[in-house]
Design a protein around this ligand. Structure first.
Ligand code: FE2
Ligand code: FE2
Length: 378
Protein backbone atom coordinates (compact mmCIF):
# COMPACT_ATOMS: atom_id res chain seq x y z
CA UNK A 1 0.00 0.00 0.00
CA UNK A 2 1.45 3.35 -1.04
CA UNK A 3 0.85 6.24 1.35
CA UNK A 4 0.97 9.67 -0.18
CA UNK A 5 0.30 13.28 0.64
CA UNK A 6 -3.12 14.52 -0.46
CA UNK A 7 -3.66 17.06 -3.23
CA UNK A 8 -3.76 19.79 -0.55
CA UNK A 9 -0.25 18.73 0.56
CA UNK A 10 -1.44 17.37 3.93
CA UNK A 11 -1.26 13.92 5.56
CA UNK A 12 -3.22 13.23 8.75
CA UNK A 13 -2.32 10.56 11.29
CA UNK A 14 -4.72 9.60 14.09
CA UNK A 15 -3.16 7.98 17.16
CA UNK A 16 -4.73 5.56 19.64
CA UNK A 17 -2.90 4.58 22.83
CA UNK A 18 -3.16 1.33 24.80
CA UNK A 19 -6.65 0.02 24.02
CA UNK A 20 -6.04 -3.24 25.96
CA UNK A 21 -9.18 -4.84 24.52
CA UNK A 22 -10.14 -8.15 26.04
CA UNK A 23 -12.29 -11.22 25.41
CA UNK A 24 -15.73 -10.02 26.52
CA UNK A 25 -15.72 -7.21 23.95
CA UNK A 26 -18.96 -8.34 22.33
CA UNK A 27 -21.00 -7.55 25.45
CA UNK A 28 -18.79 -4.95 27.08
CA UNK A 29 -19.72 -1.31 27.66
CA UNK A 30 -15.98 -0.53 27.89
CA UNK A 31 -15.55 -1.74 24.32
CA UNK A 32 -18.64 0.19 23.25
CA UNK A 33 -17.30 3.43 24.74
CA UNK A 34 -13.88 2.92 23.13
CA UNK A 35 -15.52 2.41 19.74
CA UNK A 36 -17.66 5.53 20.22
CA UNK A 37 -14.45 7.51 20.67
CA UNK A 38 -12.84 5.83 17.66
CA UNK A 39 -15.84 6.46 15.39
CA UNK A 40 -16.25 10.08 16.52
CA UNK A 41 -12.55 10.76 15.89
CA UNK A 42 -12.59 9.06 12.48
CA UNK A 43 -15.70 11.00 11.45
CA UNK A 44 -14.32 14.32 12.60
CA UNK A 45 -10.75 14.01 11.39
CA UNK A 46 -10.96 11.70 8.37
CA UNK A 47 -7.33 10.63 8.82
CA UNK A 48 -5.07 9.17 6.13
CA UNK A 49 -3.56 6.67 8.56
CA UNK A 50 -4.37 5.37 12.04
CA UNK A 51 -1.69 4.16 14.43
CA UNK A 52 -2.32 1.85 17.39
CA UNK A 53 0.50 2.41 19.86
CA UNK A 54 0.76 -1.09 21.36
CA UNK A 55 -0.96 -3.06 24.16
CA UNK A 56 -3.82 -3.14 21.68
CA UNK A 57 -5.56 -6.47 22.41
CA UNK A 58 -4.93 -8.95 25.19
CA UNK A 59 -2.88 -11.92 24.03
CA UNK A 60 -3.28 -14.18 27.07
CA UNK A 61 -5.58 -16.59 25.18
CA UNK A 62 -3.80 -16.32 21.84
CA UNK A 63 -2.26 -19.81 21.95
CA UNK A 64 -5.63 -21.28 22.92
CA UNK A 65 -7.40 -19.70 19.96
CA UNK A 66 -5.65 -17.48 17.40
CA UNK A 67 -9.02 -17.35 15.61
CA UNK A 68 -10.71 -15.67 18.59
CA UNK A 69 -7.81 -13.24 18.85
CA UNK A 70 -8.22 -12.36 15.18
CA UNK A 71 -11.97 -11.78 15.69
CA UNK A 72 -11.27 -9.45 18.61
CA UNK A 73 -8.60 -7.55 16.65
CA UNK A 74 -10.91 -7.23 13.65
CA UNK A 75 -13.67 -5.89 15.95
CA UNK A 76 -11.29 -3.33 17.48
CA UNK A 77 -10.12 -1.93 14.14
CA UNK A 78 -13.46 -2.37 12.30
CA UNK A 79 -14.35 1.37 12.31
CA UNK A 80 -10.96 2.02 10.66
CA UNK A 81 -10.95 -0.81 8.14
CA UNK A 82 -14.62 -0.27 7.19
CA UNK A 83 -13.62 3.25 6.16
CA UNK A 84 -10.74 1.83 4.11
CA UNK A 85 -8.21 3.76 6.17
CA UNK A 86 -4.82 2.08 6.55
CA UNK A 87 -3.78 1.17 10.08
CA UNK A 88 -0.34 0.54 11.54
CA UNK A 89 -0.30 -1.24 14.88
CA UNK A 90 2.89 -1.57 16.87
CA UNK A 91 3.60 -4.12 19.56
CA UNK A 92 3.46 -3.19 23.23
CA UNK A 93 5.03 -5.09 26.08
CA UNK A 94 1.78 -7.04 26.54
CA UNK A 95 1.88 -8.35 22.98
CA UNK A 96 5.17 -9.94 24.09
CA UNK A 97 3.82 -11.46 27.29
CA UNK A 98 3.02 -14.94 26.06
CA UNK A 99 5.70 -15.67 23.47
CA UNK A 100 3.50 -15.67 20.36
CA UNK A 101 4.81 -12.46 18.84
CA UNK A 102 5.55 -13.75 15.35
CA UNK A 103 2.13 -15.39 15.07
CA UNK A 104 0.48 -12.24 16.43
CA UNK A 105 2.24 -10.12 13.79
CA UNK A 106 0.99 -12.53 11.10
CA UNK A 107 -2.59 -12.08 12.33
CA UNK A 108 -2.20 -8.29 12.17
CA UNK A 109 -0.91 -8.74 8.62
CA UNK A 110 -4.12 -10.55 7.64
CA UNK A 111 -6.27 -7.49 8.38
CA UNK A 112 -7.09 -5.52 5.22
CA UNK A 113 -5.14 -2.26 5.19
CA UNK A 114 -2.99 -3.20 8.18
CA UNK A 115 0.66 -2.31 7.63
CA UNK A 116 2.06 -4.20 10.63
CA UNK A 117 4.96 -6.50 9.71
CA UNK A 118 8.60 -7.12 10.50
CA UNK A 119 11.11 -5.58 8.10
CA UNK A 120 14.21 -6.55 10.06
CA UNK A 121 16.06 -9.87 9.67
CA UNK A 122 14.98 -12.52 12.23
CA UNK A 123 18.19 -12.13 14.22
CA UNK A 124 17.47 -8.45 14.93
CA UNK A 125 15.71 -7.82 18.24
CA UNK A 126 11.96 -7.23 18.12
CA UNK A 127 9.15 -8.79 16.13
CA UNK A 128 7.66 -5.78 14.37
CA UNK A 129 10.23 -3.18 13.29
CA UNK A 130 9.11 -1.58 10.06
CA UNK A 131 9.06 1.67 8.17
CA UNK A 132 6.56 3.22 5.82
CA UNK A 133 7.17 6.01 3.34
CA UNK A 134 4.73 8.79 2.55
CA UNK A 135 5.16 9.85 -1.06
CA UNK A 136 4.84 13.38 -2.36
CA UNK A 137 1.36 14.43 -3.49
CA UNK A 138 2.39 13.90 -7.13
CA UNK A 139 3.39 10.35 -6.15
CA UNK A 140 6.87 10.87 -7.57
CA UNK A 141 9.21 10.56 -4.60
CA UNK A 142 9.35 9.64 -0.91
CA UNK A 143 8.69 12.78 1.12
CA UNK A 144 8.39 11.52 4.72
CA UNK A 145 9.20 8.36 6.67
CA UNK A 146 7.25 6.72 9.49
CA UNK A 147 9.28 4.42 11.74
CA UNK A 148 7.46 1.76 13.75
CA UNK A 149 9.79 0.31 16.35
CA UNK A 150 9.24 -2.65 18.65
CA UNK A 151 10.27 -1.60 22.16
CA UNK A 152 10.12 -5.24 23.39
CA UNK A 153 8.90 -6.44 26.79
CA UNK A 154 10.31 -6.20 30.31
CA UNK A 155 14.06 -6.65 30.62
CA UNK A 156 15.19 -10.20 31.38
CA UNK A 157 17.27 -8.87 34.27
CA UNK A 158 15.13 -6.52 36.36
CA UNK A 159 18.24 -5.44 38.28
CA UNK A 160 19.43 -3.79 35.07
CA UNK A 161 16.11 -2.32 33.98
CA UNK A 162 12.47 -3.09 34.61
CA UNK A 163 11.49 -2.50 30.98
CA UNK A 164 13.60 -3.60 28.07
CA UNK A 165 14.92 -0.98 25.64
CA UNK A 166 15.36 -0.69 21.91
CA UNK A 167 18.50 -2.70 21.25
CA UNK A 168 21.69 -1.76 19.45
CA UNK A 169 20.86 -3.99 16.46
CA UNK A 170 17.50 -2.22 16.05
CA UNK A 171 19.26 1.14 16.20
CA UNK A 172 21.79 -0.10 13.60
CA UNK A 173 18.91 -1.08 11.30
CA UNK A 174 17.32 2.35 11.77
CA UNK A 175 20.63 4.07 10.97
CA UNK A 176 21.34 1.90 7.91
CA UNK A 177 17.84 2.49 6.51
CA UNK A 178 18.08 6.21 7.30
CA UNK A 179 21.35 6.39 5.35
CA UNK A 180 19.66 4.80 2.32
CA UNK A 181 16.76 7.25 2.52
CA UNK A 182 19.16 10.16 2.90
CA UNK A 183 20.98 9.12 -0.26
CA UNK A 184 17.66 8.77 -2.06
CA UNK A 185 16.75 12.26 -0.84
CA UNK A 186 19.78 13.98 -2.38
CA UNK A 187 21.95 13.79 0.74
CA UNK A 188 19.39 15.37 3.08
CA UNK A 189 17.83 13.31 5.90
CA UNK A 190 14.24 12.44 5.05
CA UNK A 191 11.92 14.01 7.65
CA UNK A 192 10.37 11.35 9.86
CA UNK A 193 8.35 10.36 12.91
CA UNK A 194 8.95 7.43 15.25
CA UNK A 195 6.06 5.42 16.74
CA UNK A 196 6.94 3.16 19.64
CA UNK A 197 5.22 1.72 22.69
CA UNK A 198 7.66 2.28 25.57
CA UNK A 199 8.94 5.85 25.83
CA UNK A 200 12.63 6.74 25.60
CA UNK A 201 14.27 7.83 28.89
CA UNK A 202 14.56 11.35 27.45
CA UNK A 203 10.84 11.77 28.13
CA UNK A 204 11.98 12.79 31.62
CA UNK A 205 13.56 15.88 29.97
CA UNK A 206 10.03 17.28 29.77
CA UNK A 207 9.72 17.05 33.56
CA UNK A 208 11.48 18.69 36.49
CA UNK A 209 11.77 18.09 40.20
CA UNK A 210 8.76 19.47 42.07
CA UNK A 211 9.27 22.35 44.48
CA UNK A 212 7.99 21.84 48.00
CA UNK A 213 4.79 23.80 47.38
CA UNK A 214 4.12 21.79 44.23
CA UNK A 215 4.07 18.42 46.01
CA UNK A 216 0.28 18.20 46.02
CA UNK A 217 0.28 18.17 42.22
CA UNK A 218 3.51 16.21 41.77
CA UNK A 219 3.92 12.55 40.87
CA UNK A 220 6.61 10.02 41.63
CA UNK A 221 9.19 9.01 39.02
CA UNK A 222 9.32 5.39 37.96
CA UNK A 223 11.86 2.84 39.18
CA UNK A 224 15.31 4.47 38.87
CA UNK A 225 13.57 7.88 39.12
CA UNK A 226 11.44 6.86 42.10
CA UNK A 227 13.24 9.07 44.61
CA UNK A 228 12.06 12.19 42.82
CA UNK A 229 8.64 13.81 42.67
CA UNK A 230 8.08 15.53 39.33
CA UNK A 231 5.96 18.15 37.67
CA UNK A 232 5.90 19.13 33.99
CA UNK A 233 8.32 21.76 32.77
CA UNK A 234 6.87 25.08 31.58
CA UNK A 235 5.56 24.83 28.03
CA UNK A 236 4.83 21.11 28.20
CA UNK A 237 1.18 20.58 27.36
CA UNK A 238 -1.22 17.81 28.38
CA UNK A 239 -1.49 15.79 31.57
CA UNK A 240 1.33 14.05 33.41
CA UNK A 241 -0.22 11.70 35.94
CA UNK A 242 2.51 9.16 36.59
CA UNK A 243 6.25 8.73 36.26
CA UNK A 244 7.07 7.67 32.70
CA UNK A 245 7.82 3.93 32.69
CA UNK A 246 10.78 4.17 30.36
CA UNK A 247 13.72 1.75 30.54
CA UNK A 248 16.29 2.32 33.31
CA UNK A 249 19.08 1.93 30.75
CA UNK A 250 19.57 4.42 27.97
CA UNK A 251 20.45 2.43 24.86
CA UNK A 252 21.24 5.55 22.81
CA UNK A 253 18.12 5.55 20.65
CA UNK A 254 17.38 9.24 21.12
CA UNK A 255 21.07 10.09 20.55
CA UNK A 256 20.87 8.09 17.31
CA UNK A 257 17.86 10.16 16.16
CA UNK A 258 19.87 13.33 16.74
CA UNK A 259 22.94 11.93 15.00
CA UNK A 260 21.04 10.70 11.95
CA UNK A 261 18.79 13.77 11.70
CA UNK A 262 15.35 14.05 10.18
CA UNK A 263 13.41 12.74 13.21
CA UNK A 264 10.91 15.49 13.96
CA UNK A 265 8.78 13.71 16.53
CA UNK A 266 8.31 10.51 18.52
CA UNK A 267 4.97 9.18 19.77
CA UNK A 268 4.62 6.72 22.64
CA UNK A 269 1.97 4.70 24.47
CA UNK A 270 2.45 2.53 27.58
CA UNK A 271 1.74 5.04 30.39
CA UNK A 272 -2.01 5.25 30.71
CA UNK A 273 -2.18 8.42 32.80
CA UNK A 274 0.16 10.52 30.65
CA UNK A 275 -0.64 12.50 27.55
CA UNK A 276 1.90 15.31 27.92
CA UNK A 277 3.93 16.49 24.96
CA UNK A 278 6.74 18.92 24.30
CA UNK A 279 10.13 19.42 22.68
CA UNK A 280 13.50 18.27 23.94
CA UNK A 281 16.67 18.86 21.92
CA UNK A 282 14.51 19.89 18.98
CA UNK A 283 12.53 16.64 18.85
CA UNK A 284 8.81 16.56 19.73
CA UNK A 285 8.04 13.88 22.30
CA UNK A 286 4.37 12.97 22.77
CA UNK A 287 2.94 10.56 25.28
CA UNK A 288 -0.47 8.92 24.72
CA UNK A 289 -2.75 7.68 27.44
CA UNK A 290 -5.24 4.95 26.63
CA UNK A 291 -7.87 5.59 23.99
CA UNK A 292 -10.03 2.96 25.68
CA UNK A 293 -11.63 2.13 29.01
CA UNK A 294 -9.88 -1.15 29.82
CA UNK A 295 -6.60 0.11 31.18
CA UNK A 296 -6.25 2.27 34.28
CA UNK A 297 -6.89 5.90 33.46
CA UNK A 298 -8.49 9.02 34.86
CA UNK A 299 -12.21 8.74 34.37
CA UNK A 300 -13.25 9.89 30.90
CA UNK A 301 -9.95 11.40 29.89
CA UNK A 302 -9.37 8.73 27.24
CA UNK A 303 -8.28 10.53 24.12
CA UNK A 304 -6.84 10.49 20.63
CA UNK A 305 -4.23 12.72 19.02
CA UNK A 306 -4.27 13.96 15.44
CA UNK A 307 -0.97 14.87 13.81
CA UNK A 308 -1.04 16.69 10.48
CA UNK A 309 2.05 16.87 8.29
CA UNK A 310 2.42 19.53 5.63
CA UNK A 311 4.38 18.25 2.66
CA UNK A 312 5.91 21.65 1.95
CA UNK A 313 6.82 22.37 5.55
CA UNK A 314 7.08 19.09 7.50
CA UNK A 315 8.96 20.69 10.41
CA UNK A 316 5.83 22.72 11.14
CA UNK A 317 3.55 19.69 11.62
CA UNK A 318 0.54 20.35 13.84
CA UNK A 319 -0.96 18.20 16.58
CA UNK A 320 -4.08 18.25 18.71
CA UNK A 321 -5.37 16.07 21.50
CA UNK A 322 -9.09 15.49 21.95
CA UNK A 323 -10.73 13.67 24.83
CA UNK A 324 -13.81 11.48 25.00
CA UNK A 325 -16.07 14.17 26.47
CA UNK A 326 -14.81 16.83 24.07
CA UNK A 327 -16.39 14.83 21.26
CA UNK A 328 -19.72 15.24 23.09
CA UNK A 329 -19.82 11.53 23.98
CA UNK A 330 -21.55 10.03 27.00
CA UNK A 331 -19.70 7.34 28.91
CA UNK A 332 -21.70 4.22 29.75
CA UNK A 333 -19.07 1.95 31.27
CA UNK A 334 -18.10 4.12 34.25
CA UNK A 335 -20.31 4.94 37.21
CA UNK A 336 -21.42 8.53 37.88
CA UNK A 337 -18.51 9.29 40.21
CA UNK A 338 -15.74 7.94 38.01
CA UNK A 339 -17.22 9.61 34.95
CA UNK A 340 -16.38 12.91 36.58
CA UNK A 341 -13.60 12.23 39.04
CA UNK A 342 -10.37 10.32 38.64
CA UNK A 343 -10.88 6.62 38.82
CA UNK A 344 -10.02 4.27 41.64
CA UNK A 345 -6.66 3.12 40.31
CA UNK A 346 -5.47 6.67 39.86
CA UNK A 347 -6.59 7.57 43.36
CA UNK A 348 -4.71 4.59 44.77
CA UNK A 349 -1.59 5.47 42.80
CA UNK A 350 -1.54 8.93 44.27
CA UNK A 351 -2.22 7.76 47.80
CA UNK A 352 0.54 5.16 47.53
CA UNK A 353 2.96 7.67 46.02
CA UNK A 354 2.47 10.32 48.67
CA UNK A 355 2.40 7.86 51.52
CA UNK A 356 5.69 6.31 50.46
CA UNK A 357 7.15 9.76 50.10
CA UNK A 358 6.30 10.62 53.69
CA UNK A 359 3.70 13.15 52.64
CA UNK A 360 0.56 11.23 53.55
CA UNK A 361 -0.81 14.22 55.39
CA UNK A 362 -1.19 16.27 52.23
CA UNK A 363 -2.62 13.50 50.09
CA UNK A 364 -6.26 14.40 50.46
CA UNK A 365 -5.69 18.14 49.98
CA UNK A 366 -3.23 17.45 47.17
CA UNK A 367 -5.59 15.21 45.35
CA UNK A 368 -8.37 17.74 45.67
CA UNK A 369 -6.13 20.55 44.32
CA UNK A 370 -4.88 18.33 41.51
CA UNK A 371 -8.43 17.40 40.63
CA UNK A 372 -9.60 21.04 40.67
CA UNK A 373 -6.67 22.18 38.52
CA UNK A 374 -7.13 19.42 35.97
CA UNK A 375 -10.92 19.56 36.01
CA UNK A 376 -11.22 23.30 35.61
CA UNK A 377 -7.79 24.35 34.43
CA UNK A 378 -7.34 22.34 31.26
FE1 FE2 B 1 -0.60 -0.54 28.45
FE1 FE2 C 1 2.68 -1.18 27.99
Amino acid sequence: MKLKFNADGKFKILLFGDIHETHDYETSLNFKDMQKLMVAALEEYKPDLCVLLGDNCNTDRFAESPENFEKMLRAVVAPITERKIPVAAILGNHEHDHGNEDEIVKVYGKIEGCLTRNDTPPEVTGNANFRELIYSSDGEKPAFCLWFIDSNNCHENREISHYDFVHEDQIEWFEAESAKLKEMNGGKPLPSFVFQHTPVPEEYNLLRKAKIWELPVAFRGYNSHRKTLYVKKKGVEGIAGEGPCSPDVNSGQFASWKKVGGVLGAFFGHDHLNDFAGYTDGIFIAQHRTAGFRAYTDGCRSCVRLVTIDEKNPEKFTHELKRFKQFGLKCECLGPIFRNISDRQSLLLHIAGYTLGGAAGVTAIGFLIKYLIERFGG
